[in-house]
Design a protein around this ligand. Sequence first.
Ligand code: MG
Length: 300
Amino acid sequence: MSHFEIIDPRFRALVLPNAPLETLGTGYRWLEGPVWFADHDCLYVSDLPNDRVLRWSENGGISAFRQPSGFANGHARDRQGRLLTCSHRHRSVTRIEFDGTTTVLASDFDGKRLNSPNDIVCKSDGTIWFSDPIYGISTDYEGGKQEPELPPTLYRLDPASGELRVAAADFIGPNGLAFSPDERFLYVAETGDQFDDAAPRFIRRFAVGEHGVLSGGECFHSVEPGNADGVRVDEQGNLWSSAADGVHCISPGGELLGKILTPSLVSNLCFGGRNRSRLFLCASHTLMAIYTNTRGCVRP
Ligand code: MG
């Protein structure tokens, strides 16, 4: 159990003592935005500063999927299974259609350009929720230095009507996000100011009301060491968060249950594999995976 840290006995039932922490590939610059395609039995993951998206499968290993990628970061699938992508360089959210063409779903709000969409989820009603911090345009490293025109914001997009609206605006750096299994709650990582260590960093929890209107937004949990960047929810409603020392598992009540410890910082993660029980980890320069004893919530 060397790579597990059990903090609460409930964590024992969620992990497999003999499951190894596997390295699937290494030597990337910085991995982000993983998404599992069960029907293709593969993972797509951004190698962000290298401006490419990689594809991993058990039999095929790693190959380049898209390069250049517009400095793609977060990915998700919509209700039809199409790939949704956050692009830093193009400051947009896009969708790849079945014929391979790309549709820009959102690139501006109120006549001003988005900053650098970071992470994204699709709700069961088809609405698309994404965070828009300034990280991707504050340096040349992850998309190119550009001037922000809008404050850091969490958006809700209705692709049926095209309506883009502010879901929550009181953020310094909105980042990873995930709905609870019943979609009554939305978790959003606040990752603060990248140049100010004193800036607050914590996971917020919003109540999702009628027509997708959010309320609350209180501090749900503070990840230590490091901070939550990407977050995912399992079938039982536990939150799995990236952290500087690996992955932290947090109960629906906000208690830290345990950790999967990794040699390098984890920025993002997702469930996948045949039973959605395999956790894929963007561990800095290395793609890792570990089988768990739970399953990812059905929505990607
Ligand atoms: Mg992120």
